[in-house]
Design a protein around this ligand. Sequence first.
Ligand code: MN
Length: 495
Amino acid sequence: MTNIKFTILNKEEILKERTDWTKEEIELISKAVSFSQEKHKEQKRNNGEPYANHVIITGRILAELNMDTTTIVAGVLHDILEDTETTEKEFEKEFGKEILFLVKSVTKLPKLKYQGEERYAESLRKFFVSMASDVRVVVIKLADRLHNMQTLENVREDKRKRIALETLEIHAKLATKFGMQILKVQLEELAFPYAFPDEYKKTKELAGLIDATSDKRLKDITQNIKFVLDTYAVEYIEIQYRIKHLYSLYQKLRKYDMDITKIYDVVALRIILKDLGDCYKTLGLIHSEYKPMPGRIKDYIARPKANGYRSLHTTVFTKDGQTSEIQIRTKEMHDEAEYGIASHLHYKEIGKNKSKEEILRKTGWTKNLLDIQKEMEHRDDFMHHLKTDLFEKRVFVFTPKGDVIDLPEGASVIDFAFAVHTNIGAKISGAKINGKLESLETILQRGDIIEIITNKKSHPSQKWLEHVKTSFAKRQIHKYLEKVEKEQVKIDVKK
Ligand code: MN
């Protein structure tokens, strides 16, 4: 037996996160920490560490997320009802109704296990329904999971992969759904090496190649952008750059045959500005400085993503023969993108004459949760929604003249032809993709240049329906087939 000495964590672990605690808050946190240490004192984590360390770190993560004190305290107490003899009565006497409610909710959440897509949808459904009354319950659960992932190496080897897969498929996706980028990224990066070890190594290798050259390059671009913004007196808060985190890079690589040169946002610059008007002004300045890549300008401010994400994105040619994605947003949008739902539960917002309910209502989150719940009453619809809204990606392709056509991933030459013009779709007989003759069923890849060959005698057929993805093309083909059928009937009648 090895004799490892473990640090016994205390309330300072949480208190160090902030400087503006009130006296009452400090007292409450101290009380929760002592209570947990006492109740969990016989219990140890897998590595022999005192169990209370786990709940204290859960509390610290919640403090890092700027959650209110009630939530932090509930985090410190989150395993008490499940793992100790403490009764609800005793708990309520010490900490009151609200904290009891939160901890009971965390305890009651269905145990989620990833068991394939069908069951996964069911688990998520249960999860949403049970937590919908208070989103803080989910945030506590995710903080708990994050610490469990940080200590996954202490878990028995045969269990690690399953836990890591669950984390990717359930917890990270929940964090995405709630727009909590900061948690999503950490959960994914911790889970990736355990869930898919070989793929992780390969991705890391590829990213390493980029990493080595990008630092100097990004510094130069940042300097230049600062110069441009200063010249035009646009006030910015910060310009930062990031290299795509490995799991998200891996998911993209999979779509592009592990070819990293096809991925445009491996590195991205982020310009954080004071106000909204400056975002569009900055986009204009960037485009006059660097040539934008067609089809890569996205206005998520005018049309936010399903999880509330707002930002302007553009990919530009950076004069060194390379490209870079640039994201432009205000500080408020940035915090929302990093913390998502948690940014609305910020401790400074809560209590200042504002109730949590009010904040959630104001920010649209109550409505959002109700929508999600409603969707989940029809499970198939829910899976569909998850897939289309969160996961469906677009491909941008070009006409020979350089017009951009925006299609869903998996779209074929036929979809393209109909998107260009109904008559072209109806008369298509062949196509050249990047100068090479290809069949009509060919699935288009991002950046393809497609030249359509038409023939007066060509017409849509039943078989085409199997090869189209857009509902527009489907409708047009159906229309044609119905028309032909009617004419056929007329001819038969005449006979
Ligand atoms: Mn726990």
